[in-house]
Design a protein around this ligand. Structure first.
Ligand SMILES: *[C@@H]1O[C@H](CO)[C@@H](O)[C@H](O)[C@H]1NC(C)=O
Ligand SMILES: *[C@@H]1O[C@H](CO)[C@@H](O)[C@H](O)[C@H]1NC(C)=O
Length: 416
């Protein structure tokens, strides 16, 4: 199909979308329920289905760290902070550890940013180890299961592998002391040493108020076909090329930089959020990790996410039918991206847009303060509730030890 005729179809598409929006304003229901697969569970209420005990730790594990660098509050790893605040006043919290189903240790291991704002996970293992030492000697609950009824928020690039370079992360593996715990993490990739079975994959943190303040009227037509802003190459960290994004972003640029259907560039305009609301498809390619905040932004702004990250495990994938909402493109098929996207039938596009317009879908991607029903906090609790009751086998015999406290790199064993 020529680009000219696509221009025409886009016009028609926008007109249809516009009509539907007008319809919504009148009837308030242009959206489509997310059902089928496990979609309905997005609306589950976790209250009454689990009780969480929050360990009280010295503030050097959480509040003091945040005081030192308040930028952590707006960082894409901020879920560890907001989840703590949420749980403190959540109705699922119990002050009686004897009746708890889950134990939560509030450590802000990712709040260590360089002057440029890059998070460094080098101290995280020592800090985590120190916190676990503390809870295991002051309370009897850790030793009972060696963490199997404990959950930890580890939103770093490669979760509890605590490194931002994939090879190093793989080499390190999941911190030995966390091997029985449930990990709540942003990182999700099938068959990867940094994603253990039973983990809960969550969206990265994207500031809800800021996104809210950039909303434009839904009647504005989506006149951009494909939108992307971000790096194509990371020359600083990958001078030869090919490692960064496994070459997928480079392939996007090399194949489509001159294609008028593709609005792609490295420049981040001030109208970034508005532009996403004017686009039909938003590219969500892997970077150093398979995920990025683009996925959350695409959902919030109703732009169909085009997921280019082989084997990615998306947030709350047991509750959200991502295949119906987004488009998956294999990394090797990036050179055919134009054909793949232009051959999607209009009615399929419109259905995806209606699913994206579902408020419960958007809500599940956000960590708002104050919390709201169905938001990412509630989805995490739902995920924990679905793992109950714990299997009897998680409880160890008196004196039985499974974990090896001295395993892992020597440097991780130094006191924190
Ligand atoms: C848990 O086990 C460790 C040894 O592995 C021990 O040092 C600690 O005192 C135990 N905690 C409690 C509360 O008994
Ligand atoms: C624990 O790990 C250390 C370091 O890898 C190893 O030397 C030691 O033998 C391990 N202990 C047990 C009981 O497996």
């Amino acid at each position: 199909m020529t680009n000219r005729s696509w221009g025409f179809i886009l016009l028609v598409l926008s007109a249809i979308v516009l009509n539907l929006d007008a319809f919504e304003l009148r009837k308030g229901q242009k959206t489509e329920r997310i059902s089928g697969s496990a979609g309905d569970v997005l609306e589950d209420d976790p209250v009454g289905r689990l009780k969480v005990f929050v360990y009280e730790l010295p503030s050097k594990y959480n509040k003091k760290i945040l005081q030192k660098d308040p930028r952590c509050l707006n960082h894409m790893f901020a879920a560890e902070i907001y989840m703590h605040r949420f749980l403190l006043s959540s109705p699922v919290r119990t002050l009686n550890p004897e009746e708890a189903d889950w134990f939560y240790t509030p450590v802000y291991t990712t709040c260590d940013l360089t002057p440029n704002g890059l998070p460094l996970p080098f101290k995280s293992p020592r800090m985590m180890r120190s916190a676990i030492q503390l809870i295991s000697s002051n309370w009897p609950y850790w030793n009972r299961t060696e963490g199997a009824d404990h959950f930890f928020i580890v939103p770093h690039d490669f979760g509890a592998c605590f490194h931002y370079q994939e090879e190093k992360a793989i080499e390190r593996g999941i911190l030995p002391l966390l091997q029985r715990a449930t990990l709540v993490q942003t990182f999700g990739q099938r068959n990867h040493v940094c994603l253990k079975e039973g983990s809960i994959t969550v969206p990265p943190y994207a500031p809800p108020q800021k996104m809210q303040s950039h909303l434009i009227p839904p009647s504005i037509p989506r006149s951009i076909f494909v939108y992307f802003r971000g790096l194509f190459y990371d020359v600083g960290n990958d001078p030869e090329g090919g490692y960064y994004a496994r070459g997928a972003r480079a392939a996007v640029w090399e194949n489509f930089k001159d294609n008028p259907l593709f609005d792609i560039s490295t420049e981040h305009p001030t109208t970034y959020y508005e532009d996403m609301q004017r686009a039909v498809f938003c590219l969500c390619p892997l970077g150093w990790a398979p995920w990025s905040p683009r996925l959350v932004e695409a959902v919030i702004f109703g732009c169909i996410p085009v997921i280019i990250a082989d084997d990615i495990v998306l947030p709350f994938a047991d509750a959200i039918p991502w295949e119906d909402i987004g488009v998956y493109v294999d990394e090797k098929d990036v050179p055919n991206l134009d054909t793949i996207l232009t051959s999607i039938p209009t009615e399929v596009i419109l259905r995806k847009q209606r699913l994206l317009a579902n408020p419960s879908m958007k809500q599940a991607m956000l960590f708002p303060h104050p919390a709201q029903s169905g938001d990412a906090f509630h989805q995490i609790l739902n995920g924990l509730a679905r793992k109950l009751p714990h299997d009897k086998s998680v409880y160890l015999r008196k004196g039985e030890k499974v974990l090896n406290w001295t395993a892992g790199p020597l440097a991780d064993l130094k006191p924190w």
